[in-house]
Design a protein around this ligand. Structure first.
Ligand SMILES: Nc1ncnc2c1ncn2[C@@H]1O[C@H](COP(=O)(O)OP(=O)(O)OP(=O)(O)O)[C@@H](O)[C@H]1O
Ligand SMILES: [Mg+2]
Length: 250
């Protein structure tokens, strides 16, 4: 088996005459936390949209677990286990933590499965919901309405509803966005723990989070890969340093 869960080769996305992603090669090793960083407009979110098939690539190929997924639809890719957080899994603010997990788990099972309608099925569902709630540290808030959670705990709930979709490769686009210092610590711990069971690809502007969490880092600028390696390697790279000069999130 290839050590890579996901490989993108010569990936390209043009918008009119402009190449937002201009020939990107990306290899994600199974079981790692891999960060994709780079200045604003580098093409990071576009790469995420290409990998999850929310956008069709103009060129290149995407291979997942040895299967060519370049032409698959988003739902098919999600079923294979590539799940993007904060897009597929929205949190319902008026519902409790438990009910949010129930909905996410039912979505995973699909409307064609009816086993949860009998009480044994419901028990399985509730058992799994409680497991996921505990895994993200929300057991004391299980009957709390999502709208009443702090911002950081809401982010934890979002991650739990994503895990309910049973991903193998989890894509997180800026998981620390909008979080205060304390919540950043909590969500970092959670991502580290999630990274023990799943492969994680994360776009994140907070470089101290990136350096603390990531096994491997790919740096993009202007639609291309500038550098790849450990945090120490990429941060010492002069091309990376100059790409970040004058960028808003340096
Ligand atoms: N649908 C679109 N149509 C036209 N141009 C687009 C579209 N989506 C993205 N772009 C452009 O492609 C480039 C890359 O955008 P992208 O959102 O991927 O960058 P990013 O690295 O995620 O940036 P940020 O760090 O600000 O989130 C930008 O110049 C953006 O304006
Ligand atoms: Mg982006």
């Amino acid at each position: 088996m290839s050590p890579y869960i996901l490989e993108a080769d010569a990936l390209r996305k043009d918008f009119g005459g402009f190449s937002a992603v201009a020939g990107v090669n990306l290899r994600i090793q199974r079981g790692t936390i891999h960060a994709l960083i780079g200045p604003n407009g580098a093409g990071k979110s576009t790469v995420f949209n290409l990998l999850t098939k929310f956008l069709q690539p103009t060129g290149g190929t995407i291979t997942y677990n040895g299967q060519d997924i370049t032409r698959l639809r988003p739902a098919a890719v999600a079923r294979l286990g590539i799940v993007r957080s904060f897009q597929i899994s929205a949190v319902f603010s008026h519902m409790t933590v438990r009910d949010n997990l129930r909905v996410a788990l039912q979505r995973r099972l699909g409307t064609s499965f009816h086993f949860w309608r009998d009480s044994a099925g419901l028990d399985v569902l509730d058992g799994r919901a409680e497991q996921l709630i505990a895994a993200v540290g929300l057991q004391d808030a299980i009957d709390v309405i999502a709208a009443e959670l702090s911002y950081g705990r809401r982010r934890a709930l979002e991650i739990a509803t994503t895990l309910a979709l049973d991903p193998e490769l989890l894509l997180l686009d800026e998981p620390m966005a909008g979080l205060g210092r304390e919540d950043i610590g909590t969500i970092s711990d959670l991502i580290r723990q999630v990274g023990e069971r799943y492969t994680v690809l994360m776009v994140e502007h907070n470089l101290s989070v990136v350096s603390a969490l990531s096994n491997r880092i790919t740096v993009m600028a202007r639609g291309q890969v500038l550098a790849e390696g450990s945090y120490a390697e990429v941060s010492a790279n002069p091309d990376v340093r100059s790409a970040y000069m004058g960028a808003a999130h340096a």
